[in-house]
Design a protein around this ligand. Structure first.
Ligand code: BG6
Length: 505
C-alpha cells in the first residue's frame, strides 16, 4: 500500500442512521477524493434493514449528493469509492453478526497482506454500547490493541455516574488508547486553530491572563429547533447536549496552559487541568450565576415555528432547558478573578459560535470625551461559524481633521485568506482514527471531569420543577435573565453582525 494510511476496515454500527449517510460516508468519500484512503479499504455499514450492497450504495449516493460539501458526486469517482462500501444485514444481539465480521476481517487481512486497522464506529444509541462491545470482546474482535479502535459518539453518559460506568465498561475491553470519544467540535478548522493561534504566535500569550483580560465569553447559538430529535433532546437539554461536551472543550482550548508538545496526552492533560480548576458551584452560585430557558413559538426568517413543548417527541409539560447561560471562574494563577460567561440555545436569533476575549481598558484616558464616542475595550473575537475568522478590535483614528476615535477590526478571514473549502470536522476526525492520533478526542478522565463540574447545576435544576417555562420566544437572544446575568457585571453579550445568517453544516 503506497498511500498515507494503513489498510483499514471500518464497521459502522447504526449504518442506516442519518449520521452514517449525512456525515460519515460523505467524510470518508471526501478523504478518498483527497487521496487519503488506503488501497485496501472496506466500509461495512451494519443494520437490520435487508439492503444489498448495491441498494445501500444507491441510498448513500442520494445523501452524498445532497449533503457533501462538494455537492453532487462525480460518477466515476463514486463508483471507484463505493465498491469498498458494503452493507451487512445484522442484529447486534446475534452471534452470527460477529462471526460474519470475523470472516470479513480474515478475508480482508488476507487480501491486504497485513493486519489492518479495524475501526468500530458506534453510531447507535448509548443503550446498545455494552451489548456491542461485550460481543466484540467475546468473539475476539477487540484483541489487537495496536490496530483495533472503537469510536464512540455522544452522548457519553447522562451524568457522572453513567459516564463512569460507561468508561469502566469500555476500559474492561479496550485500552484507553483504542478509545476515540468523538466531539465533532474538536474537528472544526476554526476550533483547531485556537491552539495554533495561541501557541504558534508570540504576541498573544503574554497578554493571555488575568493582568490583561477582563472577561471571556463563549456563545454558541443556533436558529435550529428540534427537527425530529425531540425524543433524545427532551432527556438531554442544552447543558448535556452542548455544554458538557462542545462548549467545555472550547473553554479548555481557550484557558489551558501551554502543553509541552503537541502530543495527544500532553494536550489532553492540560485540558483536564482547566476543568479541574473551575470553581465548584455552590447553591448560591447556581442561584445567582446560572440561567436556563425554554423557547416558545415564534417566527424564524418568515416561517412560523412551534414552541419547544409543541415539538414532536417532547413532553408537553417538559422542563428541559433549550437555553443555558453560566458565569464561572477558573481558579488558577492565570485566570484568578476573570469571569467566564457561557451561553447556548436553540431557536435563537442567529446561528453563530463565537469566543470573545475582552481585554482591560487603557489605564488612563488621554483623549477628550467627544473624541471617543464609540469607545470599546480591545477584543479578540474568534468566530468559529458560520463566519470563520479571527478579529482583533482596536481603536483607530477616524480620518478627518478632528481627533476622533472609533473601534475597527483587524480581520483574518478564512474566505479571504484561503481558497477552496475547508474539510468538515468528520473528515479530520475519521482520518485521525485511521492514523491513530487521539489529540482531538476526549479522554475518559476529561469526560468525567466535565460531568463532575456540571453535576451540582444539573442536580439543582432537576430538583426544582416549578418553572415558568417557556421564557423566551423563538428568534430572540434567550431569556432576559441571561442579559441580566452579564449586564450586572457591566458587560453585554457580544454578537457578530452576520452577512448571511443561514444554517451551517
Ligand atoms: C450536536 C448537538 O452535538 O451539535 C446538536 O447534539 C447541535 O443539538 C449540534 O445542533 C451543533 O453542531 P454544529 O456543528 O452545527 O455547530
Amino acid at each position: 500500500d503506497s498511500s498515507k494510511t494503513h489498510p483499514t476496515i471500518f464497521f459502522i454500527f447504526g449504518g442506516t442512521g442519518d449520521l452514517t449517510s449525512r456525515k460519515l460516508v460523505p467524510a470518508l468519500f471526501n478523504l478518498f477524493l483527497d487521496g487519503w484512503m488506503p488501497k485496501h479499504l472496506a466500509i461495512v455499514a451494519m443494520g437490520r434493514t435487508a439492503f444489498t450492497d448495491d441498494q445501500f450504495r444507491e441510498e448513500l449516493l442520494k445523501d452524498i449528493n445532497q449533503f457533501s460539501r462538494r455537492g453532487k458526486a462525480d460518477k466515476a469517482k463514486w463508483d471507484a469509492f463505493s465498491k469498498s462500501v458494503y452493507f451487512q444485514v445484522s442484529d447486534i444481539n446475534n452471534t452470527a453478526t460477529y462471526e460474519e465480521q470475523a470472516a470479513r476481517i480474515a478475508k480482508f487481512t488476507q487480501e491486504a497482506g497485513v493486519a489492518p486497522n479495524v475501526i468500530y464506529y458506534l453510531a447507535v444509541a448509548p443503550r446498545f454500547f455494552s451489548t456491542i462491545t461485550e460481543n466484540l470482546s467475546r468473539h475476539k474482535l477487540a484483541a489487537d490493541a495496536e490496530r483495533t479502535r472503537i469510536v464512540i459518539e455522544k452522548p457519553f453518559g447522562h451524568d457522572l455516574e453513567s459516564a463512569k460506568e460507561l468508561n469502566k465498561q469500555l476500559c474492561s475491553i479496550f485500552s484507553e488508547r483504542q478509545i476515540y470519544r468523538i466531539d465533532h467540535y474538536l474537528g472544526k478548522e476554526t476550533v483547531q486553530n485556537i491552539l495554533a493561534f495561541r501557541f504558534a504566535n508570540s504576541i498573544f500569550e503574554p497578554l493571555w491572563n488575568r493582568n490583561n483580560i477582563d472577561h471571556v465569553q463563549i456563545s454558541v447559538t443556533e436558529q435550529l429547533g428540534m427537527g425530529n430529535r425531540g425524543g433524545y433532546y427532551d432527556e438531554a437539554g442544552a447543558m448535556r447536549d452542548m455544554i458538557q461536551n462542545h462548549i467545555l472543550q472550547l473553554l479548555c482550548l481557550v484557558a489551558m496552559e501551554p502543553p509541552v508538545s503537541f502530543q495527544a496526552d500532553e494536550v489532553r492533560n492540560r485540558k483536564v487541568d482547566v476543568l479541574n480548576s473551575v470553581r465548584k458551584f455552590s447553591p448560591e452560585d447556581i442561584q445567582r450565576n446560572t440561567v436556563r430557558g425554554q423557547y416558545s413559538k415564534g417566527w424564524i426568517e418568515g416561517k412560523e415555528v412551534p414552541g419547544y413543548r409543541e415539538e414532536q417527541g417532547v413532553n408537553p409539560q417538559s422542563n428541559t432547558e433549550t437555553f443555558a447561560a453560566i458565569k464561572f471562574f477558573v481558579d488558577n494563577w492565570r485566570w484568578h478573578g476573570v469571569p467566564f460567561y457561557l451561553r447556548t440555545g436553540k431557536r435563537m436569533h442567529q446561528s453563530s459560535s463565537v469566543i470573545t476575549i475582552q481585554f482591560k481598558d487603557v489605564p488612563h484616558m488621554i483623549f477628550p470625551s467627544e473624541a471617543v464616542e464609540g469607545w470599546q475595550q480591545n477584543r479578540l473575537i474568534i468566530s468559529i461559524q458560520p463566519e470563520m475568522s479571527v478579529r482583533l478590535q482596536v481603536q483607530a483614528k477616524r480620518p478627518g481633521l478632528e481627533m476622533a476615535l472609533n473601534p475597527v477590526d483587524m480581520i483574518f478571514d478564512y474566505n479571504g485568506t484561503y481558497t477552496g473549502d475547508t474539510p468538515e470536522a468528520y473528515e479530520t476526525l475519521l482520518l485521525d482514527t485511521m492514523l491513530g492520533d487521539q489529540t482531538l478526542f476526549m479522554r475518559g478522565d476529561q469526560v468525567e471531569a466535565a460531568w463532575d463540574l456540571l453535576m451540582p447545576i444539573l442536580n439543582a435544576w432537576s430538583g426544582k420543577k416549578s418553572l415558568s417555562f417557556p421564557n423566551y420566544s423563538a428568534d430572540s437572544w434567550g431569556p432576559e435573565t441571561a442579559e441580566a446575568l452579564i449586564a450586572r457585571d457591566g458587560f453585554h453579550w457580544f454578537t457578530l453582525p452576520l452577512k448571511n445568517n443561514g444554517h451551517h453544516g
